[in-house]
Design a binder for this molecule. Structure first.
Ligand SMILES: C[S@@+](CC[C@H](N)C(=O)[O-])C[C@H]1O[C@@H](n2cnc3c(N)ncnc32)[C@H](O)[C@@H]1O
Length: 264
């Protein structure tokens, strides 16, 4: 038998040794407990106000998230601030452009882009995250029942070629920019993330850039980002003057500008 207790300072479930059978635990088969995903799901969002330059957004968001089950997208991450600052300071480059955002979460960056880009596609791989993203679009466009002329959200799991083809079928020219904020935190997801990015960069013959707001948390992920990009022949540059301390000064974040390496 396995007993569970709630650890005092977190929401992680910690298995306790069974007092009766622990003496024979080494002989016992390891038991696997499958918790239904609903166990981790909290959709008690609160309405938050975000101000970026002259733009004000009322959005649904959670105050904290479960990282046991990937619901990291239910709240804003520090990378968003870095990306939004970059966009607002370079607004003239984005006016009239088409953008696709990967791992959009609650959708603040996409909604910001909706003010100056022609076409915005926000994406995520999580149904619950896509649901709150759509609700946040609805909040900005109440008169049209959430329909916006230039913003949409789509399911896109990195590496899923079919989902990517569905999006590109609707957007035959491809995109001028691929955006991502705080989406490089798990080393194992980097190869599929970069494969998706490469496909999008190569698809638009007129040229496309990947603008990644990166928050440095571990040296291994820092290195893996550069390795994965170089394996796919992508050129990675740090954008000047974008470094700042985030997460209460704990981590450093900055913008990467990533493009296809030109070979002659
Ligand atoms: C740390 S959150 C960042 C959310 C948002 N960009 C921000 O900065 O607030 C990472 C986001 O990437 C999404 N994500 C993680 N793995 C993914 C994958 N394999 N494919 C697509 N989206 C993914 C998560 O659902 C989540 O919304």
């Amino acid at each position: 038998m396995i007993m569970y207790a709630m650890a005092p300072s977190s929401t992680k479930l910690v298995p306790l040794p069974d007092p009766v059978s622990s003496s024979t635990a080494s002989n016992a088969e390891e038991e696997e407990v499958c918790l239904d995903e609903s166990f981790f799901i909290n959709e008690d969002y609160t309405l938050q106000t975000y101000v970026i330059g002259n733009y004000v957004f009322e959005m649904l968001c959670l105050p904290s998230s479960s990282t046991d089950y990937d619901l990291t997208g239910q709240l804003l991450w520090p990378g968003t601030t870095i990306l939004n600052d970059y966009l607002i300071h370079n607004i003239e480059h984005f006016q009239g452009s088409s953008v696709i955002e990967l791992g959009s979460g609650i959708g603040l960056t996409g909604l910001l882009c909706g003010h100056f880009c022609d076409q915005v596609v926000m994406t995520d791989h999580n149904d619950i995250v896509l649901k709150v993203m759509q609700k946040n679009i609805n909040l900005q466009h109440p008169r049209t029942g959430g329909r916006s002329a230039n913003i949409e959200c789509e399911m896109l799991d990195w590496g899923n070629r079919h989902q990517l083809d569905v999006i590109l079928h609707k957007h035959k020219r491809g995109f001028d920019f691929v955006l991502g904020a705080d989406i490089c935190y798990q080393q194992s997801s980097l190869p599929l993330l970069f494969a998706t990015v490469k496909h999008l960069l190569a698809y638009n013959e007129a040229g496309c850039k990947f603008l990644l707001a990166y928050v440095s948390r571990t040296k291994s992920v820092d290195a893996a980002v550069l390795v994965e990009a170089s394996k796919l022949n992508l050129e990675v540059c740090e954008a000047p003057n974008t470094r700042s301390l985030v997460a209460g000064g704990v981590h450093e974040g900055f913008m990467f500008e990533i493009s296809l390496r030109i070979t002659h």
